[in-house]
Design a protein around this ligand. Structure first.
Ligand code: ATP
Length: 331
């Protein structure tokens, strides 16, 4: 049975100005199809949330976008620069190259690139579900290490750093300034000299984001940034993510289970279930989509009809209650 959403989906920046387009992505692990012909886009300047029940395939999508997995099938294009058209994408796809420069910027096919190039060249930064900081290093050092590649490039991969040559010195000062700026933005300046492992969980999460932002990413991928945060820390995280969206040329793609965070800050939500996209739109559209309610509460297709009926009458609370009843019956 196919269920249609009642409201037409609005076209947003993810259609008119995408920074990332994922097309027909499939990822198989032996016989298991973790991602099944998935297509979606991330709008430039948007906060986009990838949500779905446990095991839906969210982390697998992240792993494909960031090059940890090589997709079984599909195309993942990142556009650095506005207005790069589909002709450029088609030309790049036809040839064997990893990227193509155009008058508007540069376009990358991420499935053709190793993970470190996706980070360094295409400009995709990532945080992980389990925090991965250098716990023995200070907070400040963690932010300098993140900029190591830039410093190496400034040294021309020579001993210029040791000799203190001007180009390298300037790059080092810029790296330090950037680190201090992000410590300030994440309210961690007074912890700069403490070992990262001594920070509270919420502070470590913000430090991870600061570290990713020190690389000036075009796309910031956050895997469950609100996990384990208390309400005050969640509110601080929301403010931080909004400020990144509003003040930097960085688009955000996040996986998040905390629906309070998702609904409050997302411009665009893509919902997965069993490796397929079941809904895609604004927070309002997605939260009123019976397929989403059903997927989250684990009800059958037949029971979705009852949920949908309530939604058509504008009774969202009733629809959720109906889905809860169906969920209880299923147990
Ligand atoms: N390396 C792997 N090898 C085999 N199966 C995998 C691998 N990675 C993921 N899977 C499987 O792919 C499916 C999707 O997993 P994934 O971790 O992407 O889901 P998720 O939506 O991120 O889940 P959660 O919300 O619990 O983190 C699951 O069935 C999982 O067991």
């Amino acid at each position: 049975m196919t269920i249609q959403t009642s409201a037409p989906l609005a076209a947003g920046r993810w259609t008119s100005d995408p920074v990332l387009t994922v097309e027909h992505l499939t990822m198989r692990f032996g016989g298991l199809v973790a991602i099944n012909d998935l297509s979606f886009s991330v709008g430039r300047g948007d906060i986009t949330a990838l949500i779905g029940p446990n095991g839906a395939g969210k982390t697998t999508v992240f792993n494909c976008v960031t090059g940890f997995y090589k997709p079984t099938e599909g195309r993942i294009a990142l556009r650095r620069g506005r207005g790069i058209g589909n002709d450029a994408l088609a030309e790049l796809t036809r040839g064997g190259a990893k990227s193509l420069k155009t008058g508007e910027g540069e376009i990358f096919l991420l499935e053709r690139m190793p993970d470190f190039k996706i980070t360094e060249v295409a400009g995709v930064a990532r945080t992980f579900q389990n925090i991965r900081l250098f716990g023995g290093m200070t907070v400040f050092e963690n932010l300098l290490v993140a900029q190591h590649n830039k410093l190496m490039a400034a040294s021309g991969f020579t001993i210029a750093g040791l000799l203190g040559l001007p180009g390298y010195r300037r790059a080092k000062e810029a790296a330090q300034d950037r680190a201090v700026d992000w410590l300030r933005r994440t309210a961690l300046l007074d912890r700069a000299d403490d070992p990262a492992a001594d920070l509270s969980y919420g502070d470590q999460r913000r430090l991870e984001i600061a570290r990713a932002m020190c690389t000036d990413p075009v796309l910031l991928c956050l895997d469950e940034p609100a996990a384990g945060l208390n309400p005050r820390e969640s509110a601080e995280l929301n403010a931080l993510l909004r400020s990144i969206r509003d003040e930097f040329d960085t688009s955000i793609l996040l996986i998040e289970h905390d629906m309070g965070v998702v609904m409050e800050i997302s411009d665009h939500i893509v919902v997965l279930d069993y490796g397929k996209k079941i809904s895609d739109g604004t927070a309002h559209e997605v939260r009123n989509d019976p397929r989403v309610i059903a997927a989250y509460l684990g009800v059958d297709d037949e029971e979705v009809e009852a949920v949908e009926e309530k939604l058509e009458r504008g009774d969202v609370d009733g629809a959720i209650a109906e889905a809860h009843v169906a969920e209880g019956d299923a147990r």
